[in-house]
Design a protein around this ligand. Structure first.
Ligand code: CFM
Length: 482
């Protein structure tokens, strides 16, 4: 049922529709309003469509040069990426010569008022040529519309087409200006379609095997993709295409060749899996590798698909032997701790059941910056009765929730972290992680360790709350256990 919790919402009554409390009597389709533009006056934590395209999807590639067609600010603020580590290895066995290229460089056109008045295409062309000379090692150049250049209507596709011929390498235009949709989610969508339209099917891999998969929607945050890759390798499965963590331009071009696609982030990347299925008949399955139970279940499904059941069991047994006993310790420590999960969307439903069932925690609120209805259906299914589900939350609401409900821990992003700290509540980053990776068996143990270290950090004894003026609450890290 819609739930009115926030004083702040007296000022913005439309926000009520975005806050929902799960109740057993609710009809199935009832959920928070979502994927609509942010209510005016609400200080959203969302990103923009350009951030969704470059920051999430393409920024993870290791051998691509990015040229942002913007005033200098959009370029500056898209410099680097999230914690998207890359290895230098390229599919042909050579190494990319610049280490952490995706984290280090971004180019921009630095458009000026005269470009806005007379058009920015000449400057775009000049900038791409100059950037290409500066970084000849890049295997492709991706260029991005932003709000200003989207508004003046520069025909970026025409420039990209012309320069692809002139430079002899793919130049791809991503037309996802910030205003293209209500959140970064629209940028994911546009980037999926652009990559499919421009790249998929344009190159062939050096070879194929009957055990090739495409791993779609896995961006290698803090090494997540490498964890999954190690399981697949041990099972005898090869990742032929990665979309797009630690990936290369060429891998996107042969995304039509895996025998099976695995869709990890189902918000940002199901689009391309659907397009590939429809055009090239490559089936896909949606996978969930967060926590030991989901990871085991999904490795079994994949093993079964390829007739590698025994190999899957071996990986599961091996990893469980490694993490199981230690997890028991954290389970005892985390039992009953009240936790919020505030993510872009998917991580809020991925983690709800594992935190409850595998660690005995109590998830009392989940939130999403940009989920769509299908994501909220999963979220609603996976949380308990009475749990708050908040769409596109703002910091005033967040503050009120913390004050009212007093969670022990908040899994959120950098925007919420220090606000939580100021309110005396530990918070760890579930977007880019603290001491990740967080996926798979080892990852779930890392997450449990980080949650424990944060909840039991003695620093919280120094916070003086009204109910605890002397800061007497018992919280102590057991030495040697983290
Ligand atoms: Fe997919 Fe992601 Fe996420 Fe996402 Fe994101 Fe992210 Fe996220 Mo931050 S692609 S939707 S746009 S799983 S960056 S790696 S953590 S909000 S829940």
């Amino acid at each position: 049922m819609p739930y009115k919790l926030f004083d702040a919402d007296k000022e913005i009554p439309e926000r009520e529709k975005h806050v929902y409390k799960k109740h057993c009597s609710d009809p199935d389709g009832e959920m928070p309003h979502c994927n609509t533009k942010t209510v005016p006056g609400s200080m959203t934590e969302r990103g923009c469509a350009f951030a969704g395209a470059k920051g999430v999807i393409t920024g993870a590639l290791k051998d691509v040069l990015h040229v942002v067609h913007s005033p200098v600010g959009c370029t500056t603020y898209s410099a680097g990426t999230k914690r998207y580590p890359t290895s230098p290895d390229l599919p042909d066995g050579t190494k990319f010569p610049i280490e952490n290229f995706n984290l280090k460089y971004v180019c921009g056109t630095d458009i000026q008022e005269s470009d806005v008045v007379f058009g920015g295409m000449k400057r775009l062309k000049r900038s791409i040529i100059e950037a290409s000379k500066e970084f000849p090692e890049a295997n492709a150049i991706y260029t991005y519309a932003t709000c200003t250049t989207g508004l003046i209507g520069d025909d970026m596709d025409a420039v990209a087409k012309e320069l692809t011929e002139e430079l002899g390498k793919d130049v791809v235009a991503f037309n996802a200006p910030g205003f293209a949709g209500p959140s970064q989610s629209k940028g994911h969508h546009i980037a999926n379609h652009t990559i499919f339209d421009r790249l998929v099917g344009t190159k062939e891999p050096p070879n194929t095997t009957p055990y090739d998969v495409g791993l779609i929607g896995e961006y290698n945050i803090d090494g997540d993709l490498w964890v999954l890759e190690s399981y697949f390798k041990e099972m005898g499965i090869r990742i032929l295409s990665r979309f797009s963590g630690d990936s290369t331009h060429d891998e996107l071009c042969w995304m039509h060749r895996p025998k099976l696609n695995l869709v990890r982030c189902q918000r940002s990347a199901t689009y391309i899996a659907d397009l590939i299925k429809d055009k090239y008949d490559v089936p896909y399955i949606k996978v969930d590798f967060f926590s030991t139970e989901y990871c085991a279940e999904n490795l079994r499904t994949i093993g079964k698909y390829f007739g590698l059941e025994k190999e899957a069991e071996k990986v599961i047994a091996d990893r469980m032997a490694k993490v199981g006993p230690e997890l028991e310790f954290y389970k005892k420590k985390l039992q009953g701790k009240k936790v919020y999960i505030f993510s872009g969307g998917p991580k809020s439903w991925h983690l709800a059941i594992p935190l409850e069932n595998e660690l005995g925690m109590d998830v009392t609120a989940v939130a999403s910056q940009f989920e769509h209805e299908d994501g909220y259906v999963k979220m609603k299914k996976r949380v308990d009765e009475g749990v708050l589900i908040v769409d596109d939350p703002n910091s005033l609401e967040f503050e009120e929730m913390i004050e009212e409900d007093k969670p022990d821990l908040i899994l959120a992003g950098i925007k919420e972290k220090y606000l939580a700290h100021k309110l005396g509540v530990p918070s760890i980053m579930i977007h880019s992680y603290e001491n990740g990776p967080y996926i798979g068996f080892e990852g779930f143990l890392n997450l449990a360790k980080d949650m424990y270290a944060n909840i039991y950090n003695p620093v919280w004894n120094l916070v003086e709350f009204e109910e605890n003026p002397a800061g007497e609450e018992e919280s102590k890290i057991e030495s040697g256990s983290i």
